[in-house]
Design a protein around this ligand. Structure first.
Ligand SMILES: [Zn+2]
Ligand SMILES: [Zn+2]
Length: 299
């Protein structure tokens, strides 16, 4: 099959939702243009902003860091070492993050959870693998926000793609969790009480598109899933969404973009947060969820 844009080269991808077959060059060009458009459309950040990217060694954050650097943004990496020894997961993912940092000539901040708190994710997830993703997510969000604030970054960027966002959206929708629905967005504005601005520049790309971009750009990244993610609800929901997408191409993007149009329905004025009694970070309770996880004996 030929590329539908240049009509010369052999197509490497067929994007069914657009009835579009593209060659290597046209695909990477289009990817870059769409990323630029997304950053502008949602007013994510400007050329003078200092951006901290949460880097995991996986494809999404690697592609994001690579492209933002190439586009001339001041983007540094933050790697949170979760202390996952199974399959040497943390060690290997850190090596990929460091390798990318060197090739991009951008600094990588490393936060070692075990050194700083005495506990890694394996110690915190308890006996349940099923819960490990939500525990890990809370811990990561906490320290990413804390470090971005302490180091004075203008925003924190994560590599969430369309598959991540639609899986989260489906999960919240199935139980109509207004709190989550109201806060799911490509940009979460900074709240003066200590939450840094959060942006997700890859939201309009599927996992498949990001993986293909990484492959075509010969970006090295860790392909393994986290060993604790097996059986996670998110993976199950992603699989279901892929089945729906297969039958009805374009559904994922429509599900997400149409949601953004009606999102205001779910937004609630949040009460001003308290300061966590332990770490001083903002929280709606007395003690923030990260501190509760780190010190389970607390009330
Ligand atoms: Zn082409
Ligand atoms: Zn706390």
């Amino acid at each position: 099959m030929r590329c539908k844009i240049c009509r010369k080269e052999k197509a490497v991808i067929n994007i069914k939702s657009y009835l579009l077959s593209l060659c290597k060059d046209c695909f990477v060009d289009r990817f870059r243009r769409q990323l630029r458009h997304t950053i502008k459309q949602y007013r994510m950040f400007g050329p003078n902003d200092r951006i901290l990217i949460a880097v995991s060694g996986g494809k999404d954050s690697s592609v994001l860091w690579y492209l933002l650097t190439e586009m001339g943004y001041q983007a540094d990496g933050l790697y949170i070492d979760l202390g996952i020894e199974k399959n040497q997961y943390s060690l290997r993912s850190k090596e990929y993050a460091q390798q990318l940092s060197q090739s991009l000539k951008r600094p990588l901040l490393v936060y070692d959870l075990r050194t700083n708190t005495g506990k890694g994710i394996p110690d915190l997830k308890g006996h349940s693998n099923r819960k490990s993703c939500s525990v890990c997510g809370k811990i990561k969000r906490h320290f990413m926000n804390k470090i971005a604030r302490e180091k004075g970054y203008d925003c924190l960027a994560t590599g969430h793609n369309l598959d991540d966002e639609t899986a989260a959206l489906l999960q919240s929708t199935l139980r109509w969790q207004q709190h989550y629905l109201g806060r799911q967005a490509p940009v979460l504005e900074e709240r003066e009480e200590g939450f840094v601005r959060k942006v997700k520049p890859l939201v309009r790309f599927t996992e498949k598109e990001v993986a293909l971009f990484a492959f075509l750009s010969q970006l090295p990244y860790l392909e393994d899933e986290c060993p604790y993610a097996k059986g996670a609800t998110t993976l199950f929901l992603k699989d279901i969404l892929n089945q729906i997408e297969e039958r009805s191409p374009g559904t994922k993007l429509a599900f997400y973009q149409e949601f953004l149009k009606i999102k205001a329905l779910f937004q609630r004025e949040l009460p001003p947060p308290n300061q966590c009694m332990i770490c001083g970070m903002p929280t709606t309770a007395q003690i923030c969820s990260a501190c509760k996880i780190l010190s389970p004996s607390l009330p």
